[in-house]
Design a protein. Structure first.
Length: 166
């Protein structure tokens, strides 16, 4: 998240705020039965609604209990909004979605793809990148995707170079 913020030219203070806020995106999961998040079978509509509620619960918590700054509250609330308006909770689209939430949406989705889930094994980095690129302009801000893909691909090349010289 922070590397994207640097590429965007965020100030040192904003980078610190972005990093801190990003760590709180799933705080709204507290109090929701973990069985729903770890379910292997297809979720019922009620279960999916419960999962989606974590963004509103989280935003309320960070605003009222932690007194988080506006951008942080917006990030927690809107990190599941998609560029084309198909996300939640408010079905925002394009630049209606706060910048920090657009950044975290991309990073969070990539991390989800490369992580093991109860219902599937992790994707390889290459497959995850392919899936993410398919979502550029649909799920994800295309300009931010270009930045993130550039960062990811550079990291992958660097890792491959290090492994070659072992």
């Amino acid at each position: 998240v922070e590397v994207v913020g640097v590429k965007l030219g965020l100030s040192s203070e904003d980078l610190t705020k972005l990093r801190a806020s990003a760590m709180l995106i799933d705080v709204g999961r507290i109090g929701i039965n973990e069985r729903v998040f770890n379910k292997k079978e297809k979720l019922t509509p009620e279960e999916f609604d419960l999962i989606k509620s974590h963004v509103l619960r989280g935003a309320e918590y960070v605003e009222k209990k932690l007194h988080l700054f506006k951008e942080g509250v917006e990030l927690v609330k809107h990190h599941h909004e998609f560029w084309d308006g198909s996300g939640y909770p408010d079905r925002l689209k394009g630049v209606e979605i706060p910048l920090w939430a657009r950044v975290v949406c991309i990073v969070d989705n990539y991390n989800a793809l490369i992580s093991k889930r109860p219902f599937r094994n992790p994707f390889t980095a290459a497959k995850a990148i392919e899936i993410m690129k398919e979502g550029s302009g649909k799920k994800y801000d295309p300009e931010l995707m270009d930045i993130y893909m550039e960062i990811l691909e550079a990291r992958i090349r660097e890792k491959a170079k290090k492994e070659t010289f072992r």
